[in-house]
Design a protein around this ligand. Structure first.
Ligand SMILES: *[C@@H]1O[C@H](CO)[C@@H](O)[C@H](O)[C@H]1NC(C)=O
Ligand SMILES: *[C@@H]1O[C@H](CO)[C@@H](O)[C@H](O)[C@H]1NC(C)=O
Ligand SMILES: *[C@@H]1O[C@H](CO)[C@@H](O)[C@H](O)[C@H]1NC(C)=O
Ligand SMILES: *[C@@H]1O[C@H](CO)[C@@H](O)[C@H](O)[C@H]1NC(C)=O
Ligand SMILES: *[C@@H]1O[C@H](CO)[C@@H](O)[C@H](O)[C@H]1NC(C)=O
Ligand SMILES: *[C@@H]1O[C@H](CO)[C@@H](O)[C@H](O)[C@H]1NC(C)=O
Ligand SMILES: *[C@@H]1O[C@H](CO)[C@@H](O)[C@H](O)[C@H]1NC(C)=O
Ligand SMILES: *[C@@H]1O[C@H](CO)[C@@H](O)[C@H](O)[C@H]1NC(C)=O
Ligand SMILES: *[C@@H]1O[C@H](CO)[C@@H](O)[C@H](O)[C@H]1NC(C)=O
Ligand SMILES: *[C@@H]1O[C@H](CO)[C@@H](O)[C@H](O)[C@H]1NC(C)=O
Ligand SMILES: *[C@@H]1O[C@H](CO)[C@@H](O)[C@H](O)[C@H]1NC(C)=O
Ligand SMILES: *[C@@H]1O[C@H](CO)[C@@H](O)[C@H](O)[C@H]1NC(C)=O
Length: 642
């Protein structure tokens, strides 16, 4: 294998890194070879290695990690120039935005701090979210003219994804923070070839020609290896392996690619990319999740853990799979690396889809796979088939009184949308991160016809009222009937405009720029359970997503690009006591929810394409949708209460 040598070098470096004082700069030596990294020494199978001298440990969630803090110094600085360019272009009348940023450039805490969140919703969410990211990316061709928002991605500090949105974020970062356009254009392998469903497998395994049976043989052999090494399996292992063929541009779905390896790639080391985060929920077998009591976990390139007062701790992502007890590795114990397989992490955030792998039993499958699925289900039970196993629990005996799974050697996680918070806002509203504005791209299927109605925002708002919120604040969000009646899901809407509503507490939550999926040039509401989307429909939804984010390049509302600039600046202006430009006041009049409530039952929401509809003769196969939709509805009924 051509990666073998590289993998050995990297794993040696990684194993010897001094966890405590590892600074980003010391890793520069490896950065020249970096492209997302197949640095798990034994492929999908986690490896036991000697712990570094300063063994990894669990830290309290009371602050940001030293790694993240050091990284932010670079990133915040790197966002200054792109933000100046973008804001100058967005035509904020009577306001010298470039000068404003310049004046405050020595004080990062005064400058706008931007987050982007991409919701779940399967391949629809991946593609609609991809449209928004493509629209925000200055690397996209012809993307810095009038009406364009190129440069917002380069100005952003954080990029969070959940479930289908996590596939997008994970795929970009596993592929060296490449562009959406490059992933669309790639024909060298199976990456982003969604016409071949994950159930049937790709035409090629990267270099060699593949058939479905061979595909399954690879999946089974990968996860068998993990099992043989003594790790508990869940259906998520199979799901994550399958997904990887579509998301990671490497032979056999890159079984050795780890999530923590993102921290070793050039765009991350140089802080030319935002900070990627994926979200999952904690759920014990048999437990029902509601927004008000779910522990939300995040995975970033440095750490995995939770800010919530329950777990309230983080562990180095690279060392997941290690036996931690009360926050430390017992002396003499080995450390584990390679457990944080990138596909497994993306599969965890989207574990609701495990359900569909079970349908495989009905199709013509190798006995090995059927047997394996049967065994997995026998272990965990049908009702828990969405669980991703993170045994050994890294938070075992950690935070004994509050941590719900403190006394369990097992930690089980599920799809980040199962508590209905289907937009990954949780990591971005943490006071420690001081984010000013979140561009929240919502591709949820809330309404009868798979359009969003802000259920995800309602869930995050409700959660902020419960004790688990630990004083994270969230802007007021009206009920979904109001959202639909006022048309707030037909165009971008701002929530939490008035910063002075929050000044009683010590901190002000971010302004939420809600960007709901809606039809511009195609019906971008394909079912979450459409497993095959051919390239023309994929590209149409991505194009539609660009229009959603830019309001048709500013043609549907000519003030929109300027108003994006005002949203970026809003909290910063408040902080620096700067007068709000008149043009921004107008923007807030137009785009902010003004507090009006109309909870009457709306009529069916059936939007039509706002611009001319593209002609796509064939969208890919949806033939199995109904069967799966029924199975998925049953699964949702088990795992969510509302
Ligand atoms: C900091 O990052 C380096 C490089 O990824 C890693 O080796 C180290 O374990 C990290 N430390 C923590 C506490 O996450
Ligand atoms: C990764 O992307 C960076 C640009 O951010 C580029 O300089 C580098 O060559 C790329 N690495 C590979 C291996 O493609
Ligand atoms: C800040 O960013 C600029 C532009 O990216 C770069 O030239 C400069 O070296 C950076 N300064 C620091 C202290 O990182
Ligand atoms: C800038 O905005 C003003 C209104 O504030 C408008 O009259 C003008 O046409 C805009 N310029 C461009 C280049 O869009
Ligand atoms: C570039 O964008 C402008 C403005 O949206 C558009 O009129 C023009 O056709 C685009 N050019 C290309 C080559 O896509
Ligand atoms: C995928 O990998 C192939 C072969 O290494 C490379 O030529 C291609 O540019 C990669 N595609 C992307 C989007 O990175
Ligand atoms: C959360 O609430 C649900 C519904 O009330 C309940 O079944 C579940 O046990 C609760 N979970 C926790 C961790 O309190
Ligand atoms: C959040 O929870 C932790 C752990 O329970 C606690 O120590 C901390 O004081 C809480 N923070 C706030 C702001 O309530
Ligand atoms: C972790 O503990 C389990 C159970 O005691 C044991 O089987 C396993 O080998 C341990 N892992 C390591 C890396 O020491
Ligand atoms: C697969 O089907 C067989 C025969 O109908 C059944 O015995 C087995 O339990 C099924 N396995 C799963 C995983 O549903
Ligand atoms: C775990 O066990 C300890 C000691 O037996 C006990 O004090 C603590 O309350 C338990 N924690 C939970 C969350 O059940
Ligand atoms: C909003 O979405 C939820 C599901 O997320 C659904 O139960 C509810 O009926 C929807 N309401 C409206 C008005 O669309």
């Amino acid at each position: 294998m051509r990666f073998a040598l590289l993998a050995t070098v990297l794993s040696t470096i990684a194993a010897n890194a001094e966890a405590d004082d590892a600074r980003l700069d010391s890793l520069k030596v490896v950065s020249n070879v970096a492209r997302a990294l197949p640095n798990s020494p034994d492929g999908y199978t986690p490896s036991k290695v000697t712990c570094p001298k300063n063994a990894p440990s669990v830290r309290s969630a009371g602050s940001l990690s030293r790694n993240e803090t050091a990284w932010l110094e670079k990133r915040r600085n790197n966002t200054i120039a792109p933000m100046q360019t973008l804001l100058a272009r967005l035509n904020i009348t009577d306001f010298n935005a470039s000068q404003y940023i310049e004046n405050h450039s020595n004080n990062a805490s005064a400058l706008p701090n931007i987050g982007i969140a991409v919701s779940g919703g399967g391949w629809r969410a991946l593609t609609n979210g991809a449209g928004a990211i493509k629209a925000f990316d200055s690397r996209t061709q012809n993307n810095t003219g009038p009406g364009k928002l190129g440069g917002l991605l380069q100005s952003a500090t954080y990029l969070a994804g959940l479930s289908g949105g996590g596939w997008l974020v994970g795929s970009l970062f596993m592929n060296n923070f490449t562009t959406v356009g490059a992933l669309q254009a790639d024909t060298s392998g199976s990456v982003w070839e969604f016409g071949n469903s994950v159930l049937e497998g790709p035409d090629t395994g990267g270099v060699q020609i593949f058939d479905t049976a061979e595909y399954y043989t690879h999946l089974v052999s990968d996860i068998d290896g993990k099992s043989d090494a003594g790790f508990d399996l869940s259906i998520t292992d199979l799901w994550g392996r399958a997904l990887s063929y579509q998301l990671i541009n490497a032979t056999d779905g890159g079984p050795a690619y780890t999530f923590s390896s993102i921290a070793l790639t050039n765009p991350f080391l140089d802080a030319t990319s935002p900070f990627p985060i994926l979200v999952a929920d904690g759920r014990s077998p048999g437990e029902v999740l509601i927004p008000g009591n779910t522990t939300v976990f995040e995975f970033n390139a440095f750490e995995m853990g939770s800010w919530d007062p329950t777990t309230y701790g983080f562990v180095p992502t690279q060392y997941l799979g290690t036996n931690f007890t009360a926050g430390s590795v017992p002396s003499g114990d080995k450390c584990v690396i390679g457990f944080d397989n990138a596909g497994y992490v993306m599969g965890t955030s989207s574990s609701l889809f495990n359900e569909f792998l079970l349908e495989l039993n009905e199709t013509d499958l190798p006995d090995t796979l059927q047997g394996l699925i049967g065994n997995l289900l026998a272990d965990i039970g049908e009702d828990n088939n969405d669980i991703a196993d993170y045994t050994p629990n890294p938070f075992y005996h950690y935070n004994l009184e509050e941590n719900l799974s403190a006394n369990s050697t097992r930690l089980t996680l599920v799809d980040g949308g199962e508590d209905l918070q289907n937009i990954p806002l949780h990591p971005l509203i943490q006071p420690n991160r001081n984010i000013d504005v979140i561009f929240a791209v919502d591709s949820s299927a809330d309404t009868t016809y798979n359009w969003p109605n802000a259920t995800a925002l309602v869930a995050s708002y409700e959660r902020a009222q419960s004790s688990i919120s630990n004083n994270t604040l969230f802007p007021s969000i009206p009920d979904q009937n109001t959202i639909v009646n006022l048309g707030l899901n037909t165009h971008p809407t701002f929530f939490g405009c008035n910063a002075s509503n929050f000044t009683e507490g010590s901190h002000i939550p971010p302004l939420i720029v809600y960007i709901p999926n809606s039809p511009y040039v195609t019906y971008s509401n394909e079912s979450t359970f459409t497993f095959s989307t051919n390239d023309s429909y994929r590209d149409a939804i991505i194009l539609n997503g660009m229009d959603v984010a830019t309001m048709g390049n500013g043609t549907v509302d000519t003030t929109w690009p300027t108003c994006v600039g005002c949203a970026i600046l809003s909290r910063s202006l408040h902080r620096t006591g700067t007068d709000v430009p008149e043009v921004c006041t107008q923007c807030f009049d137009t785009f902010c929810w003004n507090g009006t409530v109309d909870s009457s039952t709306p009529k069916a929401y059936e939007p039509k394409p706002i611009l001319g509809e593209l002609n796509i003769s064939n969208k890919g196969s949806t033939k199995l949708v109904n069967r799966w939709a029924a199975a998925a509805a049953a699964a949702m009924a088990v795992v969510t209460s509302v």
